[in-house]
Design a protein around this ligand. Structure first.
Ligand code: NAD
Ligand code: UFG
Length: 333
């Protein structure tokens, strides 16, 4: 069984390639390296001791994709490729709409031409906007507050329309909560350039001394300690969820949407405290203003994925904090 992984050199994609290879799938990666490095391919090979085919191409490019689908007998696609920074999407909306929509439309057209109609798509909990209650189930109303989130919602709509027009498709839409952590080997993980937007990469850079202190965005939310609460999920658990989703689209036609989270909410201060404890390191922080657009709390109902995909996250917060720090400490220049 051969799986095309778009964006397979990225953070979640690389961990998913490892799980696919370890589950016996053949893997073909297409990535334009706009937010990743080519050496990730070698690291995936080192971890798994298996071969991977890599095409450095843009998924928006019809000719390049056509070439891949002609060369390879692809059975199904996992579509990670996309731009993902919320703040940047607000300042560069056209870039986000162009890249995220164009890549998806191009991919779906070429898949259709080659009669490859099985896809797993990376959506995001951002499509729930500010939830009216918790935990969030998949049938909650959808709303977005930034161009990045809108691209995810639009793609979900495109996939629903596509299935309505042709019931031969098998489509799994996965809404991720907050992926953190890294592979145990310390070879692959997340280490964004510059000043990170997300909490865990920021904490790690404070711990390594690259940044002075963490700014905690608000302590007056309606949560246990006043700081924002999120559903953090270990990236390896998340990657395993994709194997279950691939099995599902292989088995049956249809379209369905699943939350991938742990179902547990942790506050910013709980994350900082756990990180300090398990890594035995100090993370100085100060409380600052709320970040515009942030919500108080967000965590998933995980029942649907448990029932229909037979998947639940297993790794605890301690592991997530240890593995995030292990990766960055091992890969410091
Ligand atoms: P990432 O940036 O690490 O990986 C995305 C990969 O796609 C990168 O390697 C990048 O080079 C590649 N890419 C982007 N545009 C491309 C194009 N046009 N052609 C070919 N390659 C292209 O991001 P990630 O954290 O691994 O996220 C993967 C997917 O999951 C994204 O679609 C993202 O929106 C979604 N998602 C991520 C999170 C998160 O917190 N990390 C949460 C929810 C959803
Ligand atoms: N936070 C800080 N300081 C920081 C960074 C974050 O206090 O320097 C706080 C935030 O206010 C929030 C929590 O840490 O309460 C988590 O923030 P992140 O930026 O790590 O994550 P978000 O939940 O805001 O957003 C992330 C992704 C989105 C995605 C969403 C749901 O960035 O793309 O998860 O999956 F849509």
């Amino acid at each position: 069984m051969k799986i095309l992984v778009t964006g397979g050199c990225g953070y979640i994609g690389s961990h998913t390639c490892v799980e696919l290879l370890e589950s016996g799938y053949e893997v073909v990666i297409v990535d334009n390296l706009s937010n990743s490095q080519a050496d990730v391919v070698d690291k995936i090979k080192t971890i798994t001791n298996k071969d991977v085919k890599f095409y450095q191409e843009d998924v928006c490019d019809k000719k390049d994709l056509e070439h891949i689908f002609t060369n390879e007998q692809i059975d199904a696609v996992i579509h990670f490729a996309g731009l993902k920074a919320v703040g940047e999407s607000v300042s560069k909306p056209l870039m986000y709409y162009r890249n995220n929509l164009d890549s998806t439309l191009t991919l779906l057209e070429i898949m259709n031409n080659h009669n490859c109609k099985k896809i797993v798509f990376s959506s995001s909990a951002t499509v729930y906007g500010k939830p009216h209650k918790l935990p969030i189930t998949e049938d909650f109303p959808l709303q977005t507050t930034n161009p990045y989130g809108s691209t995810k919602l639009m793609i979900e709509m495109i996939l629903n329309d596509l299935y309505a027009s042709d019931n031969e498709w098998s489509i799994a839409i996965l809404r991720y909560f907050n992926p953190i952590g890294a592979h145990k080997s310390g070879l692959i993980g997340e280490n964004p350039n510059g000043i990170p937007n997300n909490l865990m990469p920021y904490i790690v850079k404070v711990a390594t001394g690259e940044l002075k202190e963490l700014n905690v965005f608000g302590n007056d939310y309606d949560t246990k300690d006043g700081t924002g609460v999120r559903d953090y999920i270990h990236v390896v658990d998340l990657a395993k969820g994709h194997i279950k989703a691939i099995e599902k689209v292989m088995q049956e036609k249809g379209i369905d949407t699943y939350n991938l989270g742990t179902g547990k909410g942790y506050s910013v201060l709980e994350i900082v405290n756990t990180f300090q404890k398990v890594n035995n390191i100090n993370v100085p922080y100060k409380i600052v203003e709320r970040r515009p657009g942030d919500i108080d709390a967000c965590y998933a109902s995980t029942e649907k994925a448990a029932k229909l995909l037979n998947w639940r996250a297993e790794l605890e917060l301690d592991e997530m904090c240890k593995d995030a720090y292990n990766f960055v400490s091992k890969n410091k220049e």
